[in-house]
Design a binder for this molecule. Sequence first.
Ligand SMILES: *Cc1c(COP(=O)(O)O)cnc(C)c1O
Length: 403
Amino acid sequence: MDSQILLDLANKYQTPLYVYDAHSIIDKYERFKKAFQVKHLKIHFAAKALTNISILKLFKKLGSGLDCVSIQEIKLGLKAGFEPGEIVYTPNGVSIDEYLAAIKLGVKITVDNISILEKLGQAFIDKPTPIFIRVNPHLMAGGNSKISVGHIGSKFGISIHQIPIVSRIIKKYGINIEGIHIHTGSDIIDSDIFERIANLIFSIADEFEDIKSIDFGSGFKVPYKPNDLQTDIEKVGERFSKVFNEYCAKRDRDLVLRFEPGKYLVSESGYFLANVNVVKQTTACTFASINSGFNHLIRPMFYNAHHEIENISNPEGEPKMYSIVGYICETDTFAEDRILNEVREKDVLVFKNAGAYCFSMSSNYNSRLKPAEVLWYKNQDFLIREREEFESLLSHQIMVDLD
Ligand SMILES: *Cc1c(COP(=O)(O)O)cnc(C)c1O
């Protein structure tokens, strides 16, 4: 987005502020859709990446489905206008009660452990409910161990070595397996790994004659820096569609290909704007302290994630080196040794790639208020979340008088 527009929005709504460019989301969605040339393609936006209800509504408008990991996300999706059949529920480690509630709402469920599979079998013994089985392929994919969820030590999915147990349980209860699901986590760059995963999943799909769909989850990498490695979606789509179509033809199956991209669709749409409170020169470095912290954007502290940062208030300023830090009272570093155009107090800094896992991971730590969110669409700004106010902090607290 244009720096002047971002500056104007920072002025109008104050900072800290999240801004999302709807056109970036639309472009990414259309590009993803075009990359996979198969007969039946279903894209389910992973709601946890960016959960604002107006964003969910935008995805509904685009024809996307929704991937939810909690009962609350399902309810938000329904509120945004999704039909239950357009929502897939792919949680991890939730209670049987939450599964039953999701089934009652009519969404498609994915089971990722044998205990719940058995319990669902018992609960629906007369009227089997269609389910997806999440498989753990034990393939290490991607570079970050915190977000790579397909490896052998991962808590996600049912191990491929336990497929015989799954087969036994579904026979015993007459469970209807609608599909196989796999999600290996983030940061898969090349199409080789996708093909390897695909072939593994096809061999599992062979064992379930009635399945209608295969869900390959997500894991598409987006660039965070100039020249960063990223998933070449057209290349992945082309090679992947080929093996998928070949599999369907060879087995004479008319399968639905399902994906659940989150980061790919929204990461680059987001801009996080903050003002510089203090510029502090020490003997070691220069700190730029902003009016925010990891309570609003935790990815650098949590995952060592890199976000590009620019000083849009001083485009002609002389480049200098800064550590950009937040106001939380513990280590709270957004970036070290970054070159920015000279930073002055009150300047507006913009953080890129702030669409995915940024606002949705924010908190009220240090009793700070969560920022506002703005959606930019057809040259217009739409406030889609009000900034919290002091009362928000007290809204569920109970003040008791103890004597
Ligand atoms: C988080 C998640 C996704 C989205 O992952 P991205 O890396 O954001 O694309 C997809 N599917 C499941 C089951 C998830 O938990």
